[in-house]
Write a protein that binds this ligand. Structure first.
Ligand code: PAF
Length: 284
């Protein structure tokens, strides 16, 4: 595996590896890699002969009072994981490489319709920061395909929309969530949980399952069903931000005709913000 910080070197190395018409996959990450990330790396091999992973804790997607400074940074562990996943290139840009005029002065990408709702309503500017970093990574690596975890469902949808709107020549793949045996979705932020909170955390996934079952049973999405999932979470000690059933194609509230749905939630457990989602279908 080649580790690169510099953009000129990155471009050279990717061009060299691409020779002979090889396809290039990009897996953007913020590091502190877990099994969920490694699934992305392994899946990337199905689509491309060259796999590039990036690690960059992107300041643009953190709000003022969020965990940018304390976000876990584990470079040694990450390198070992990437080697075992047979990644070809690790791109680890410095802030100067990512945003040469500084993060605040960076030209940004906004994806209306996806940025303001759900997580976007609680994290203003977050998705602009994500889209800007991912666009920049796309323009540096020029991947044929890029893979994102579906745990960040809204992020995955937003990046797909960005690629479509800007006609970017990259295929965007969403990869299924990896869960602990008790259902908790893997996340770098799970390590913020205290042992007691860790016991309770899978109830987020359980609440999504109960809401899905209720919607399937009623064959309809009702505000009461979403509210009762919020109450279930509160009863279990969470501070939920939202629980919502949306249609998958654009994350808008479903109409009576929509069948492909997803239930999404964000909730605080102590000092940890957890997100999760569950795709499901209504019978025609
Ligand atoms: O999902 C993440 O780790 C980040 O949001 C991403 C896609 C690497 C952009 O900074």
């Amino acid at each position: 595996m080649i580790t690169v910080e510099n953009i000129a070197v990155l471009k050279d190395q990717v061009a060299r590896l691409r020779q002979g018409g090889k396809r290039v996959a990009l897996v953007p990450t913020m590091g502190n890699l877990h099994e969920g990330h490694l699934r992305l790396m392994h899946e990337a091999r199905q689509y491309a002969q060259v796999v590039v992973a990036s690690i960059y804790v992107n300041p643009l997607q953190f709000g003022k009072n969020e965990d940018f400074n304390s976000y876990p940074r584990t470079p040694g562990h990450d390198k070992v994981s990437l080697l075992s996943a047979r990644v070809d290139v690790l791109f680890k840009p410095t802030e100067m490489e990512m945003y040469p005029r500084g993060a605040a002065a960076q030209t940004f990408v906004e994806v209306p319709g996806f940025s303001e709702e759900l997580c976007g309503a609680f994290r203003p500017g977050h998705f602009r920061g994500v889209a800007t970093a991912v666009y920049r990574l796309f323009s540096l690596v020029k991947p044929d395909v890029a893979l994102f975890g579906k745990k960040d469902y809204q992020q995955w949808m937003l990046i797909r929309q960005m690629a479509a709107d800007l006609d970017l020549p990259v295929e965007i793949i969403g990869v299924d969530i990896v869960r602990e045996p008790d259902g908790l979705a893997l996340s770098s932020r799970n390590q913020y949980l205290t042992p007691d909170e860790r016991q309770v955390a899978p109830r987020l996934y359980q609440a999504l399952g109960s809401l899905r079952d209720r919607v399937v049973q009623q064959a309809a999405v009702t505000p009461e069903a979403e509210e009762s999932a919020m109450t279930e979470l509160e009863t279990n000690g969470f501070k939920p931000e939202y629980v919502a059933v949306r249609r998958r194609q654009d994350l808008k509230p479903p109409t009576a005709q929509d069948r492909q749905l997803v239930v999404l939630a964000a909730a605080w457990l102590g000092r940890t913000r957890l997100i999760d989602n569950l795709e499901f279908e209504l019978k025609p």
